[in-house]
Design a protein around this ligand. Structure first.
Ligand SMILES: N[C@@H](CCC(=O)N[C@@H](CS)C(=O)NCC(=O)O)C(=O)O
Length: 210
């Protein structure tokens, strides 16, 4: 299999972190990673549009030559195809909780972080929009409080003491913020401590560049 990706971009990064976590735990997924340079607009060229007409990353090329074009579906496929040592585990409630927190992170934190970045110091060169940045920062407060409260029970990581897709999605979003040197944690010591802990992991060292 081949993963078409680009370092730094959040959706590819969450899949890259997922793969690195599985490999650090001993899984052999056999995925070659290929960079599609979005700064040069390569994702909009015919070669990539033939893989994914939406021109986005990540894309997973399967052994039969077909493609998956959504990051969460890619992760779910790898969970199902390589179930031994899967990140979600096999307890239905634990799986639901991991997915629940991951969705909160992706929809309520990663999206506003992306909006904040593009409204302040866009890597794509978009014009600054202070009003949109303030709105994005405001909408981050409740979901960040939610995570701080979860960590209040002493858990090591976002879903419990084992790594989960929620940690991968959150770190992918935070890397994007670190790239523009934005600190969006506020007064949330547990979240800061979780961030430090996560970034010491082998998978984080292998994938995160910022
Ligand atoms: N829902 C998709 C979103 C993919 C997406 O928007 N990827 C961004 C990078 S984080 C991208 O490829 N942007 C380039 C573009 O839209 O031109 C997923 O989760 O995979």
């Amino acid at each position: 299999m081949k993963l078409y990706m680009v370092p730094l971009a959040p959706n590819p990064t969450k899949v890259m972190l997922y793969i690195a976590e599985r490999e650090a735990a001993g899984a052999e997924l056999g995925i070659e990673q290929i960079v599609v340079n979005t700064l040069k607009g390569r994702q909009r060229e015919p070669e990539h549009l033939a893989r994914n007409p939406f021109g986005t990353l990540p894309v997973l090329e399967l052994d039969d030559g077909s493609y998956l074009v959504e990051s969460l579906a890619i992760i779910q496929y790898l969970e199902d195809r390589f179930p031994e040592g899967s990140l979600l585990g096999d307890d239905p409630l634990a799986r639901a909780r991991a997915r629940d927190i991951e969705r909160v992170v992706d929809l309520r934190i990663a999206s506003p972080i992306g909006a904040y970045i593009h409204a302040t110091k866009s890597p794509l060169g978009l014009p600054a929009d202070p009003k949109a940045a303030a709105q994005a920062e405001k909408s981050l407060q409740t979901p960040l409080d939610y995570l701080e409260n979860l960590l209040g029970d002493g858990r090591e990581l976002l879903t419990g003491n084992n790594v989960s897709i929620a940690d991968c999605t959150m770190q992918a979003a935070l890397q994007f913020a670190r790239f523009i040197e934005a600190d969006l944690f506020g007064e949330r010591p547990l979240l800061r401590a979780w961030d430090t802990r996560y970034r010491e992991r082998e998978a984080a060292n292998a994938v995160l560049k910022w």
